[in-house]
Every structure is written in C-alpha cells, then in structure tokens.
Design a protein around this ligand. Structure first.
Ligand code: AP5
Ligand code: MG
Length: 223
C-alpha cells in the first residue's frame, strides 16, 4: 500500500499520517523530517537543505528524489509506506512513478488535505513538535495542547518549535506550494487516485475523522 499525503503546509499531513501509521501498521516517511534530522546533526545534506527550508523554498528535486529512492529500498517499507510531503513537484511525481513501476508497484491513494489559508497560518505558528526523533508527535498550543506544558504526552521529551514556523516563512511556503506543488492535484486526479478532504477547525477536528474514514475504506478494500 503506497499512500501519499498531499496538501499545503500546516493542513495536517503529519498529524493524519501519524494516525494512519499506528492504525495501518505501515511506516510514515516525511522528507521534511529527514531534512530536519540532518540539520540537527549538522550533515552536508542538512546544510544544503537548511539553505532552502529557511527561505520556504523546496530542496532541489535531484537531492530529494535520491533520498526517497534509497528509503524505498529499506526492508521496513516493503509492505507499504505513507509518504508525507513527497512528491512536491511534477518531476518528483514522475520519478516516483518510475521507481515504483520498476518494482511492480504503484501509488494507491493520494490524500489531499485542504484548509483555509488564515487557519493554516494560525495553526503553524502555534505548532509544537516532540524533539525526540523516534516520536515526533505534533501538538498545537491552542488546538491540541500537551497535558503538561512543553512536555510530550507520549514520551516525556521536550517540545520544540520548528525554525520555519514563523509567519514570514509560512507565507513563503504557501506561495511555493501554490506554484510548484498544487499542479499535483490534477496529476493524481487524472490517475484516478486522488481523495480530497477538508480539514478545518469546523469539521474533522484534528484530522481524526479523516483517519477513521481512510482506515475503514482501506480495511474494506474500497479505494
Ligand atoms: P514539511 O516538513 O513537509 O512541511 P510542510 O509541507 O510545510 O508541512 P508541515 O509539516 O508544516 O504541515 P503538516 O501538513 O504536516 O501539518 P501538521 O500535521 O504538522 O517540509 C518542510 C520543508 O522541507 C519544505 O518547506 C521544503 O523546504 C523541504 N521539503 C520537504 N519535502 C520536500 C520535497 N519533497 N521536495 C523539496 N523540498 C522538500 O499540522 C500543523 C498544525 O496544525 C499542528 O499544530 C497540528 O496540531 C494542527 N492541526 C492539524 N490538523 C488539525 C485540524 N484538523 N484542526 C486543527 N488543528 C490541526
Ligand atoms: Mg508535516
């Protein structure tokens, strides 16, 4: 099962992917998390990625595609994978199709999340994430606070704010999404695998309803 999480920054890709990982028992792989881990560890890849991420721009396609191609070889994703934040350009989507077809696989579902822009900005500036790279649970100080301020409910590690979660960078990230990533909605619609869900405060609170529906449909083989 290959699932892609598509959507503008802050729409809840990581939140819903985390729920689906637990429920379906398939691994969530976020390219953003891979880059952030490299930045934290001070690797060459981290330095390169940081120079783009801090401006709200995309890391170049060749770099990103190679990382995902290597990750797709690992044993823990042979049963399935939830790709969170990849692909983000048509070139990445085409490369993914080629990699998968060489393995006799294909994209099964693209979960496209939509949220009004003003809500995105509010969500992102109030997001906190668990600093433990094995946990990475996502919180929101307004909408989904931890039980104890600054501490992860699940593993007890400190919560941190992402460097790109400020108003200026989030606006640039939304522009980048509109210009480079939004054409993928049409790309996957044409392939018949797109599933669009609205996740705003009014409905689908914290994405749980979306995860419930997707889990039910996958278990009943309705895609
Ligand atoms: P990435 O880490 O993927 O960031 P993003 O796409 O900007 O998305 P976010 O992680 O900010 O948001 P999300 O949709 O996961 O929302 P979340 O669940 O956290 O990428 C970062 C950077 O890395 C990119 O800018 C780029 O530079 C680079 N990069 C990554 N992949 C790349 C690629 N393929 N190619 C090139 N460059 C790449 O939720 C957000 C907040 O809202 C949380 O606080 C959460 O608690 C809250 N929330 C979630 N759902 C709800 C809800 N339904 N109601 C209320 N609140 C909610
Ligand atoms: Mg995310």
């Amino acid at each position: 099962m290959i699932i892609i999480m598509l959507g503008a920054p802050g729409t809840g890709k990581g939140t819903v992917a985390g729920m689906l990982e637990e429920r379906l028992g398939i691994k969530q792989v976020s390219t953003g998390d891979i880059f952030r881990k490299n930045i934290q560890e001070g690797t060459e890849l981290g330095k390169l990625a940081d120079s783009y991420m801090s401006k709200g721009e995309l890391v170049p396609d060749d770099v990103t595609i190679n990382i995902v191609a290597d990750r797709l070889e690992k044993p823990d994703v042979q049963k399935g994978i939830i790709l969170d934040g990849f692909p983000r350009t048509v070139a990445q989507a085409e490369a993914l199709d080629t990699i998968l077809s060489n393995k006799g696989k294909k994209v099964d579902m693209v979960l496209n999340l939509i949220t009004p822009e003003e809500e995105i900005i509010e969500r992102v500036v109030s997001r906190r994430v668990c600093s433990n790279p094995e946990c990475k649970t996502i919180y929101n100080v307004i909408m989904n606070p931890p039980k104890q301020e600054g501490i992860c409910d699940k593993c007890g590690s400190h919560l941190v704010q992402r460097q790109d979660d400020n108003e200026e960078t989030i606006k640039a990230r939304i522009r980048t999404y509109m210009e480079q990533t939004s054409p993928l909605v049409e790309y996957y619609k044409t392939k018949g695998v797109l599933r669009t869900e609205e996740v705003s405060q009014r409905i689908n609170h914290l994405g749980k309803d979306v995860a419930d529906e997707v889990e039910r449909d996958i278990k009943n083989n309705i895609l």
